[in-house]
Write a protein that binds this ligand. Structure first.
Ligand code: COA
Ligand code: AMP
Length: 624
């Protein structure tokens, strides 16, 4: 089968195509209906099918004779420890933990927030929820208490699962005070918490509300996976939008399992028994899809790495993991390799390790800059494959379809649309723009399986954000072009979302925090280019008349506020005091021009600008 015929079939005969893919996973009740339209203008996959995602990830592998194969390898340079679980062992742990959840009254449809570091218990907690049909919502450990509180209020969880601490290189971050603070701040109060005590920190448990993980699971009886409808939610994962309120992306069970199973072949050419490593965090979509679910759906061995690309202990960390566990495919964000390259430009560390097990390198999460792409190809001699996707889609919208046909790579391009994604570059009216010309990258509806069903509790927001802007299409929020050969080039967001070290953040949210400072009259936050992290946020602030505060002191306070409200991960370190902000005559801040000035790019003065002289003033500020 070649790529073109596979792609055409997926678009022209989607029912036949996805029925075939659905046959590759175990169902309790196989679906008769493949796709049907829904009221929100979207659609649902396999609506009359029943399955359990934990069963597909674990029990199905045991049934297929892989019980003694390694399912998960935990590798933690920050604690100097490693641990492996076979499919039999991981299933037993998960079944017991699911039993503990059930004993505490958690059942199908209940929400459970998981706020944990990269330890096996995080995976056990996710799969344990899935086993009993509870909906997990993992919150990245780098988010501050306020962000956790916002998610508690939105998801209304019955329980929170956490650990006593996370470890950032050498810094131990206590989680319990953050969880307590978040629960205090939130209006919704979860019934209970389960806490996993790590040796580095023993957290205080609150009598009657908090339970110790080990005590709870020791005597729990294992439970079998419960059948859920294909369209029942498996998880909610919050992602940044253009406003301060994150969006709860809702993922179904059936479409997700079918799509991810297919993606393991299409995108990664992974086979049962392969060792697959996504160096990300379970708090992001890459972690959900490619640390936890997809590698297990495909019968692979997945790696859970608690460390960094550098400093744990050095820039050879990734190569060491590849050698130790004979990794076959490695997937990470370009920023990770930019960090490695900065510390080890000649890749000297690479010569210390045997990475011959590695077949390909996969990059996503942000634009793969041609310099990093070339460096990786040169140093490793391996195919370096970019693929483009989003929290909303859960798997690659564009990829090099190596499992079907390896295509020539082009630096700067995520290659071609994955089967199922009818990708087009259009204007805001939905008219296709000519090849090579930039426009909005959109996907003609319906979307394939695996993509978000809606925004949790807010169908209206789902429609307004994704379906209304360009009629008949899913709006990706990314801009770019398709070249004459059909290759897709994703150039960046067209909204106020920025990408900091592969982490998606909202400048609108940062602006809300900055604007809440009593001395600030007005502000704007833009993403400026950064050599290592891709982008970093920079604030421009206007002080209220009469406010007398030292500018350095103000900057420090604003930096602290963003750290406190959003988290260190935002990397907000710069706030410049300006006299005025460039605006259109109708009062709209000219963010794009500010961004161009910040990046030292040429900019044209918009005809609608209120006072063109401001732009030069801003340029001087960035120069200083
Ligand atoms: N829990 C708590 N804090 C966290 C955290 C977590 N899970 N992850 C990051 N942080 C903190 C860091 O400690 C740091 O705090 P500091 O300002 O007090 O030093 C801050 O958030 C920024 O962290 P990070 O973005 O990791 O920057 P860094 O300079 O420490 O490391 C890289 C740079 C490139 C090595 C790192 O960003 C990285 O590994 N990037 C890859 C990210 C990735 O895999 N993304 C994939 C998404 S697909
Ligand atoms: P997230 O939802 O956190 O995965 O972030 C999704 C966003 O990251 C996309 O909308 C893009 O802006 C960006 N992104 C992800 N992968 C790529 C890629 N391969 N090339 C360019 N941008 C990417």
């Amino acid at each position: 089968m070649d790529y073109n015929s596979e792609f055409r079939r997926s678009i022209d005969r989607p029912d036949e195509f996805w029925r075939e893919q659905a046959a590759n996973i175990d169902w309790f009740k196989s679906p008769d209906t493949i796709w049907q339209a829904t009221d929100n203008g979207h659609g649902e996959w396999f609506p009359d099918g029943e399955l359990n995602s934990c069963d597909v990830a674990l029990d199905a592998n045991i049934r297929a004779g892989r019980g003694d194969q390694t399912a998960l390898i935990y590798d933690s340079p920050v604690t100097n420890s490693q641990k492996s679980y076979t499919y039999n062992e991981l299933t037993a742990e998960v079944a017991k933990f699911a039993g503990a959840l059930r004993d505490r009254g958690i059942s199908k449809g209940d929400r459970v927030i998981i706020y944990m570091p990269m330890i096996p218990e995080a995976v056990v907690a996710m799969l344990g929820c899935a086993r009993i049909g509870a909906i997990h919502s993992v919150v990245f450990g780098g988010f501050a208490a306020h962000e956790l509180a916002v998610r508690i209020d939105d998801a209304q969880p019955k329980a929170i699962i956490t650990a006593s601490c996370g470890i950032e290189v050498t810094k131990v971050i206590e989680y319990k005070p953050l969880v307590d603070k978040a629960i205090d701040q939130a209006s919704h109060k979860p019934e209970f918490c389960i806490l996993y005590q790590r040796p580095q920190v023993t957290a205080q448990l609150q009598e009657g509300r908090d339970y110790d993980w080990s005590e709870l699971t020791t005597n729990a009886r294992p439970v079998e996976p419960v059948p859920v409808k294909s369209t029942d939610p498996l998880y909610i994962l919050y992602t940044s939008g253009t406003t301060g309120k994150p969006k709860g992306v809702v993922r179904d069970n059936g479409g997700h399992a079918v799509a991810l199973r297919y993606s393991m072949k299409l995108v990664y050419d992974a086979k049962p028994g392969d060792v697959y490593w996504a160096a990300s965090d379970v708090g992001w979509v890459v972690g959900h899809s490619y640390i936890v679910y997809a590698p297990l759906f495909a019968g692979c061995t997945t790696i859970l790495y608690e460390g960094k690309p550098v400093k744990t202990p050095d820039a050879g960390a990734f190569w060491r993991v590849v050698q130790d566990h004979k990794v076959n495919m490695l997937f990470t964000a370009p920023t990770a390799f930019r960090a490695v390259r900065k510390e080890d430009p000649e890749a000297d560390h690479l010569t210390r390790y045997d990475i011959s097990s590695l077949k390909r390198l996969f990059l996503a999460g942000e634009r793969l800059d041609p310099a990093t792409y070339e460096w990786l190809r040169e140093q490793t001699g391996l195919p370096v494959l970019d693929h483009w996707w989003q929290t909303e889609t859960g798997w690659a919208i564009c990829c090099n379809p190596v499992g079907i046909e390896m295509m020539a790579t082009k630096p700067g391009s995520a290659t071609v649309p994955s089967p199922g994604f009818n990708v087009q570059v259009v204007d805001m009216e939905g008219n296709q723009v000519p090849a090579e010309e930039q426009g909005q990258i959109a996907v003609k509806l319906p979307l394939p399986p695996g993509c978000m069903m809606t925004v949790w509790g807010d169908d209206e927001r789902f429609r307004k954000t994704y379906l209304d802007p360009i009629k008949g299409f899913y709006s990706s929020g990314d801009g770019g072009f398709i070249d004459d050969d059909g290759y897709v080039f994703v150039m960046g967001r067209t909204d106020d979302v920025i990408n900091v070290a592969g982490h998606r953040l909202s400048t609108g949210e940062m602006e809300e925090v900055v604007a809440s400072h009593p001395a600030i009259a007005e502000c704007c936050v833009v993403g400026a280019q950064d050599e290592m992290k891709g982008q970093i946020p920079v604030g421009l602030v206007l002080i209220k008349d009469g406010a007398t505060i030292d500018h350095d002191e103000l900057e420090e306070e604003l930096v602290d506020m963003v750290r406190e409200k959003i988290g260190a991960i935002a990397c907000f370190r710069r706030a410049m005091v300006v006299e005025r902000l460039p605006k259109t005559r109708s009062g709209k801040i000219l963010r794009r021009v500010i961004r161009q000035i910040a990046d030292g790019e040429d900019y044209s003065v918009p005809s609608t600008i209120d006072d063109p002289a401001i732009l030069e003033e801003i340029r001087q500020h960035f120069r200083n």
